[in-house]
Design a protein around this ligand. Structure first.
Ligand code: ZN
Length: 86
């Protein structure tokens, strides 16, 4: 008797996981902006917001940031920044 109930609930759970996972993946692809953090001082660069006061327009991708650009807080170079996974 109990075995029948167990099989029924096991079949429902994987379906919920599949649908939830797919929606989350799509949302992440629509917004491809990344966030980078200075390893020296912790200053954060958000591609979506940019850094208008430091010459980077909102939406500027990290690869489009000039190589001679430096961290506004501590002067670290691009190579001292690390991608932040959200
Ligand atoms: Zn810095």
């Amino acid at each position: 008797m109990n075995m029948h109930q167990a099989v029924k609930s096991d079949a429902i759970i994987p379906i919920l996981i599949v649908f939830g996972g797919r929606n989350r993946a799509n949302a992440k692809m629509d917004n491809g902006f990344k966030t980078w953090m200075c390893l020296i001082c912790g200053w954060v660069y958000d591609e979506e917001k940019g850094a208008p006061e430091d010459g980077l327009a909102p939406g500027t991708r990290w690869e489009d940031v000039p190589l001679n650009w430096t961290c506004p807080e501590c002067g670290a170079r691009k190579e001292d920044f690390e991608l932040v996974e959200i």
